[in-house]
Design a protein around this ligand. Structure first.
Ligand SMILES: NC(=O)c1ccc[n+]([C@@H]2O[C@H](COP(=O)([O-])OP(=O)(O)OC[C@H]3O[C@@H](n4cnc5c(N)ncnc54)[C@H](OP(=O)(O)O)[C@@H]3O)[C@@H](O)[C@H]2O)c1
Length: 287
């Protein structure tokens, strides 16, 4: 039975189905992506926000996206489907710190009921390894290495960091972890350029389709660098509000755009389940 209902679908289609039938049924349609541009992966971002654009309540134990979505199963399914479609998932260190220590960025974590369907799609249809590579971005290298993402057999994690960050990671024992690789990039004031991250992932790690799961700081930098191709946005039917002194991050933090340079979006599809909307956009950057 379908988990969502398709209201609008203007996405590129193909005569060949991309998804196996069980996933087409749950998603109420197929899911095709364009090929990657030259020398960098195709970048798909995915977020859930409240109606007022908040991505996290920033309350201990309730800082993640599932609080914002109200543990919505269809949002969890779409997250899993996008992970299953990607060679790698990229997240900033802030997003890693905000999740539980057991969290893994693998398809079945957010929708266990489709574990076998996700596996069939990845392994038999896309011919990808069972799990996407996880890419963690941290300039400082201050990461909690006891987390499951750094210690789960079968889950490969790459940390992109600065030269100073790699020293911090090495001192903490990261180089001894068998599933962890560290890559160093040049940085300006601790900040690495998104395009340099993308070129590294494309050329050295073979990543052609990258899922960007935030957070808002890393996403803002990717938007500013015009390094996002599509945005999947779940709109959750709640309003978080904020007072002057509360921290309730929105979709983009640490970056602002002038009206004539603000990234624009073209609607590709709209799906719905009860009061939730699942939007898919093409990103349009202005000359
Ligand atoms: N609702 C949703 O869909 C959703 C999705 C994702 C996240 N979130 C929420 O967003 C919150 C986290 O927000 P955030 O903005 O702090 O997270 P973030 O973007 O994941 O992390 C920011 C950190 O990432 C590193 N970083 C980012 N860009 C970098 C660059 N260009 N060069 C070097 N390092 C870079 C830095 O780490 P270092 O400090 O280690 O240098 C920085 O402090 C959490 O509450 C999380 O649950 C919500």
């Amino acid at each position: 039975m379908a988990l969502v209902r398709t209201l609008i679908d203007r996405a590129q289609s193909d005569s060949e189905p991309a998804l196996p039938p069980g996933l087409i049924e749950l998603y109420d349609g197929d899911l095709h992506f364009p090929r990657s541009p030259a020398e960098r992966p195709f970048v798909i971002a995915n977020f859930v926000t409240t109606l007022d654009g908040v991505v996290s309540y920033e309350i201990k134990g309730q800082a993640g996206g599932s609080t914002v979505s109200g543990s919505d199963p269809a949002d969890g399914f779409i997250v899993g489907l996008l992970r299953a479609s990607a060679d790698a998932v990229i997240v900033g260190a802030g997003t890693v710190h905000a999740t539980s220590p057991e969290a893994l960025w693998i398809p079945e974590c957010t929708y266990p009921a489709a574990k076998l369907l996700f596996r069939e799609y990845r392994v038999n249809v896309l011919h990808k390894p069972e799990y996407p590579l996880l890419v963690v971005v941290s300039g400082s290298g201050r990461l909690e290495l006891e987390r499951a993402v750094f210690r789960t057999p079968g889950v490969r994690t790459v940390v992109i960091t600065t030269s100073a960050g790699s020293d911090v990671l090495a001192a903490a024992g990261a180089t001894k972890l068998p599933s962890v690789q560290i890559h160093v990039l040049d940085a300006k004031s601790g900040t690495m350029a998104p395009m340099a991250m993308l070129r590294l992932l494309y050329a050295q790690l073979g990543v052609r389709r990258l899922l960007h799961e935030g957070g808002p700081t890393l996403f803002g930098q990717f938007l500013e660098a015009e390094a996002v191709d599509e945005l999947f946005l779940t709109l959750s039917p709640q309003i978080a509000g904020r007072k002057g002194d509360t921290i309730r991050p929105a979709l983009v933090e640490g970056m602002e755009f002038m009206p004539d340079r603000a990234p624009g979006f073209q609607l590709l599809s709209v799906k719905q389940r009860a009061e939730h909307l699942y939007l898919r956009y093409d990103c349009v950057f202005r000359e």
